[in-house]
Design a protein around this ligand. Structure first.
Ligand code: ASP
Length: 416
């Protein structure tokens, strides 16, 4: 990207700060309603009608660019590795990193929630209702990774299936050898063109962040948080502990990057994740940040899309904290075995969670069912899901970046 007077990450932060301020003063019955003697909620309506759609334009553009970027960058990444064995080695390391960090995240979430569970507010559960979607078993989930045709994964933005197609095409190009040269040229050139489009969209981020965050702040006023502030606090404490302990250690041990350097480097992606609540939408910026921190392009291009699809540490923490909280509200004390079940099922549930806003709450049903809790309990936390989601998406993408940097450093060391 060209050097600009004010760096893009700073502009994104300014967008976030201004968006939060605007949201606070436009809250229902807030400063703007009072100063202009408006009916409570009028200022918020203006935000929702005129500002939010601009944020949606930005979000749509991110969603539009992410599919070609993921497809082309994985294929280009595999071609540049030229060795199928190396692709397997990267794939296995990446999946191991993702699984281990998710288990650590869950242990942190379950431990912190259990430590504080006696201080949780006990909410009324008698008239709750929530319609859970039917949970798939693990074999069905695996079968769904494989596409039945080449078009529908792209039309439905099915990221896992797109990753599978890209891997097949990448491998096939390597095996085809010289005859695939014209195809390689097209793919590399298309990749360059789409990266250029991605850069244009990313330059729009400060405005996008501003327009997305202000209506969210305005609609989630302090009264909605009310008694649930404590659960949110506990989830955020667990997010923080996991990010600081696990990710800084990974970045320091494997990639030899200091925690400050690491968090500073991923900050632009984190701000975007916070305002869009979508790991997949944040992917273009995550790729840029991770490369700027020194990850090899071809490795980041492979590990990050996979992470945005299957690595959801923040979502796992959220599911653990909410499960303990919901059990508490129903007067149920979870046993050690049940807590272990939470760790196992939430690991699977987080893998199955799509990297889009609000997906984690759907998979919470699976965790609750696994430990025999009423799925209706989800209604207790549904109203404030966006607030959990902002934090969990930040953790999700930070984990992806930490793993990508670590795998990249390991691969480099293996080569030398
Ligand atoms: N919003 C999260 C993400 O995109 C998924 C979730 O809802 O937990 O990473």
């Amino acid at each position: 990207m060209k050097k600009e007077k004010i760096a893009l990450p700073i502009k994104i932060f300014i967008g976030l700060g201004l968006g939060i301020i605007l949201g606070l003063i436009c809250m229902k019955g807030g400063a703007i309603d009072n100063i202009f003697n408006l009916e409570a909620g009028n200022a918020y309506n203006v935000l929702a009608t005129y500002i939010k759609p601009i944020g949606d334009v930005f979000l749509n553009l991110l969603k539009f660019i992410v599919i070609p970027i993921v497809f082309l960058s994985i294929v280009c990444g595999i071609i540049s590795l030229t060795d199928i064995k190396q692709v397997w080695s990267i794939g296995i390391k990446t999946i191991c990193f993702y699984l281990v960090t998710t288990c650590i995240a869950l242990i942190i979430g379950v431990t912190i929630a259990s430590l504080f569970k006696n201080t949780f507010p006990i909410l009324e559960t008698s008239d709750l209702s929530y319609q859970a979607k039917e949970a798939k078993n693990i074999m069905q989930v695996i079968a769904d990774f494989f596409p039945v045709n080449i078009v529908s994964p792209f039309l439905n933005s099915n990221m896992l299936q797109i990753i599978v197609i890209s891997i097949f095409i990448g491998f096939a190009i390597i095996l085809t050898g010289d005859k695939a040269k014209p195809f390689i040229e097209v793919i590399i050139s298309a990749n360059d063109v789409f990266i250029e489009i991605m850069d244009m969209i990313i330059r729009f981020s400060p405005i996008g962040v501003f327009c997305l965050i202000s209506p969210v702040v305005a609609s989630n006023g302090p009264e909605i948080l009310g008694s649930l502030a404590k659960i949110i606090g506990i989830a955020y404490l667990s997010y923080l502990i996991h990010s600081i302990l696990t990710y800084s250690t990974l970045a320091a041990v494997f990639a030899k990057i200091s925690p400050i350097q690491f968090f500073k480097g991923v900050a632009p992606a984190a701000v975007l994740a916070f305002s869009t609540c979508s790991s997949v939408g944040t992917l273009p910026v995550s790729i840029k940040c991770t490369e700027a921190l020194g990850a090899k392009k071809e490795i980041a291009a492979f590990t990050l899309p996979l992470g945005a699809t299957i690595n959801m540490d923040g979502t796992a923490i959220y599911q653990a904290v909410c499960t303990v909280f919901i059990a508490q509200c129903y007067g149920i004390n979870l046993s050690i075995e049940q807590l272990a079940t939470v760790v196992i099922t939430a690991t699977i549930a987080s893998i199955g969670t799509a990297g889009v806003a609000g997906a984690g709450v759907v998979m919470l049903a699976m965790v609750l069912q696994a430990v025999g809790l009423p799925v209706e309990g989800i209604a207790l936390v549904l109203g404030i899901d966006r607030i959990f989601d902002m934090g969990r998406t930040v953790v999700n993408i930070t984990g992806d970046c930490a793993c990508a940097l670590s795998v990249s450093a390991l691969e480099e060391r293996n080569k030398n």
